[in-house]
Write a protein of this length. Structure first.
Length: 223
């Protein structure tokens, strides 16, 4: 199965050029605006090529919104060259910064390199260990000192989100949207109840508190 790229740029000529180049080796999705790009995320791209300067929703804002739900590599395409702009881009969640005009073969090489790196990370990260706790993301299973911890689907989804982003603070609203989706029938109070249940189940096997409450902010994984 071909890997999937999402190309986002408000210049149709650039989009067509890149789509023609990459379609030889990848499945290509395209968007001519930030709002259209948000709709195309349902296609679950493996990598996103994202222009910064777009009229309706700029690339920096779009990148931040994508990062709330997806961890795939994002490569910014821009004519900006200031180091301060690059820093802002990386802080927004970008993985690389491609300066326009660019050589298509160099861009293709960078895309391939990021996809290879992402594949290695997925293979290496199928199971992660946190003290006596082991999380198998492929099998969606948690064990403590070899003993299975019976988590519901949503409970595992929360553990997965927090543990894959250890140390990062997530507020209840962001956890709810990531796990239940923006159209979920409930509210962020549901997150509190699920985390209470996760803590109770883990406490049967370990004294370590893996989910910290950051008062006034949310929750983070403490591995």
């Amino acid at each position: 199965m071909k890997q999937k790229l999402l190309i986002v740029d408000d210049e149709p000529g650039i989009v067509d050029m890149m789509a023609g180049y990459f379609s030889l080796h990848y499945e290509v999705l395209t968007a001519l605006s930030g709002n259209e790009a948000l709709q195309k995320l349902a296609g679950k791209p493996d990598l996103i090529l994202l222009d910064i300067n777009m009229p309706d929703l700029d690339g920096l804002t779009l990148c931040q919104r994508i990062r709330e739900h997806m961890a795939c590599p994002i490569l910014f395409l821009t004519a900006r060259v200031e180091s301060s702009d690059k820093i802002i881009g990386f802080q927004a969640g970008a993985d690389d910064y491609i300066i326009k005009p660019f050589d298509l073969d160099e861009l293709g090489a960078r895309v391939a390199a990021h996809l290879r790196r992402e594949k290695r990370h997925r293979n290496q990260g199928a199971v992660r260990f946190f003290g006596d706790l082991a999380i198998d993301y492929s099998a969606r299973a948690v064990t403590a000192a070899g003993v299975p911890v019976p988590l519901s689907k949503k409970e595992f989804d929360i553990v997965e989100l927090l543990s894959l982003n250890a140390g990062q603070v997530f507020d209840r609203e962001r956890i709810y949207e990531s796990v239940w989706g923006i159209d979920g029938e409930g509210n962020s109070d549901t997150v509190m109840e699920h985390i209470r249940k996760i803590r109770a189940k883990l406490s049967v096997h370990t004294l370590h508190g893996y989910i910290d409450t950051v008062w006034g902010c949310g929750y983070r994984w403490n591995g």
